[in-house]
Design a protein around this ligand. Structure first.
Ligand code: ZN
Length: 112
């Protein structure tokens, strides 16, 4: 303990300082060689879910069996309790499709 005290607290935080130097060197090497060696920089975070609190119901999906609208937080339908396959039709997707079909209908009427 006395030996450490004589070093004036230099020992404290030594690993942290060493790590800082190593990280800087790795970063420099990565910049120069255009490679990415740092595994921490690999983005392995889970896919961020949209904030589902309040707001619109654009992420609600329509049950293909009974056409009941369910929250995106639900996997099975709240009305018929069946679980449709993936690729659910959300309100936003249904709205887009309706708009596209309206456009196509107008074009069809005009013979285009
Ligand atoms: Zn249903």
């Amino acid at each position: 303990m006395r030996a450490r005290a004589r070093r004036g607290g230099l020992k404290s935080g030594e690993a942290r300082r060493k790590k800082k130097v190593v990280t800087a060197l790795i970063a420099q090497y990565a910049r120069e060689t255009d490679t990415d060696l740092d595994p921490a920089s690999l983005d392995v975070r889970p896919v961020k879910r949209p904030n589902l609190s309040g707001g619109s119901h654009d992420t609600d999906w329509r049950c293909p069996f009974c056409r009941h609208y369910n929250s995106t937080k639900r996997r099975s339908c709240a009305k018929c309790f069946r679980t449709p396959a993936n690729g659910r039709w959300t309100r936003a997707r249904l709205r887009e499709r309706a708009a596209e079909r309206r456009t196509q209908a107008i074009l069809g009427e005009l013979g285009l």
